[in-house]
Design a protein around this ligand. Structure first.
Ligand code: SAH
Length: 361
């Protein structure tokens, strides 16, 4: 006899086929899933939502990921790098408004000048905030030496999405060359762990050729690698990328959205005490997307602090929200939204991954 959906939800571990069943939940079962994940969230991480003020530092990128709007090959993208002064200004804003933490994200670059510039910025942010601001980096694959330099300069969390955990699929979404090597990306996650970072990863949901089995594999990948924090969201096509060609094969955006919500909910049930981000791509599809993610299991949100004049240029995908708001508007609007979703903001706290802290002790 097939298992009942609600019995699967109450299991303490899940097979791949259980995960696929949960991801295929119809509207009725979806509600059971979301109720369960909400109660697990409440029990294991509470209702606090932690801020990571997001600085989209630069859209210069040496890579050519076939889905991404800021890929090197997109000659239409207008390239920028935020000045050091502007970064410090944004960091000061985050600190004065008790955001607790920052995320610095950019396209992927290396080179001594760049690496040193980031290192210097980290030192300056730490100094300015008297060590109070926590810092997450999301700057792609780097050498062990670079990761160590940045860790020593004060970064303590790193987000590096595996993008898709199946190596064969990975190669369909990336050029087939040394710069885009699955094994190397995976290895970067090991390096980050070894150096002492809280390690974050994630995937895109609703990519062409991707099945529910693949997404179940992605969830098992997070578990197998004992990931501390996850940021994942719907794939959203971008006109000036090679993958736009498959736009007619995608599931409708709302379906990608609900599938992403289910991924968040199932992950919360599987990995109860990790940090899960309510990602901007969710909001790109549904204006209340991030709040809905918080309701079903997410506990991290990244208010955008990138100076407004650069925002239009950090266009990873179409319809990216909030490109015309300044930090103050963004903060007010978020606060109200989080309260509506039953959350409470962890002002002035780092909100580290409990999963990470537990492993350490
Ligand atoms: N250079 C960094 C950060 C990349 S941009 C790195 O390599 O990790 C941040 C994330 O945006 C990517 O990891 C990717 O998952 C997501 N992204 C890129 N293009 C996207 C698209 N078309 N739709 C949805 N998410 C996308």
């Amino acid at each position: 006899m097939p298992k009942l959906f609600k019995d699967i939800l109450n299991q303490s571990s899940f097979s791949k086929s259980d995960l696929v069943t949960m991801l295929s939940a119809d509207e009725q079962n979806r509600k059971l899933l979301f109720d369960k994940s909400a109660s697990i969230k409440h029990e294991y991480v509470g209702n606090k939502v932690y801020y990571r003020g997001l600085i989209e530092f630069s859209n210069l990128c040496g890579k050519d990921c076939l889905y991404c709007g800021i890929r090197a090959g997109n000659k239409k993208a207008h390239r920028y790098e935020v000045s050091e002064e502007e970064v410090l200004e944004a960091a000061r804003y985050a600190w004065e408004n008790k955001f607790g933490s920052l995320v610095i994200q950019a396209g992927e670059r290396s080179g001594a000048d760049y690496v040193n510039r980031i290192e210097r910025l980290l030192h300056e942010i730490k100094k300015m905030s008297k060590g109070e601001l926590g810092i997450t980096l999301s700057l792609g694959e780097q050498s062990e030496e670079t990761y160590k330099k940045w860790f020593d300069a004060g970064a303590h969390r790193y987000l590096l999405r595996i993008e898709v955990s199946n190596p064969e699929l990975y190669h369909r979404y990336h050029p087939n060359n040394k710069k885009h090597d699955y094994q190397q990306r995976l290895n970067a996650l090991f390096l980050l762990r070894k150096l002492g970072y809280q390690v974050g990863s994630g995937v895109m949901i609703g990519l062409p050729f991707q099945s529910l089995e693949d997404l179940a594999d992605d969830l098992m990948f997070f578990r197998e690698h004992d990931i501390d924090m996850v940021g994942m969201g719907p794939y959203i096509e971008h006109e000036d990328t090679p993958m736009f060609e498959y736009k007619d094969q995608l599931m409708p955006k709302m379906e990608r959205f609900y599938l992403s919500l289910k991924m968040v909910a199932v992950l919360r049930i599987m990995m109860k005490d990790i940090n899960i981000a309510a990602t901007t791509a969710m909001q790109a599809i549904d204006p209340m997307g991030r709040e809905k993610s918080i309701k079903v299991g997410a506990n991290i949100i990244m208010p955008n602090l990138t100076p407004t004049k650069y925002r239009e240029d950090y266009l990873l995908y179409e319809d990216k929200p909030c490109t015309d708001e300044d930090a103050e508007e963004c903060k007010r609007c978020l606060e109200a939204r989080i309260h509506m979703a039953g959350g409470q903001i962890g002002y002035g706290e780092w909100g580290d991954s409990r999963h990470f802290l537990k492993r350490k002790t």
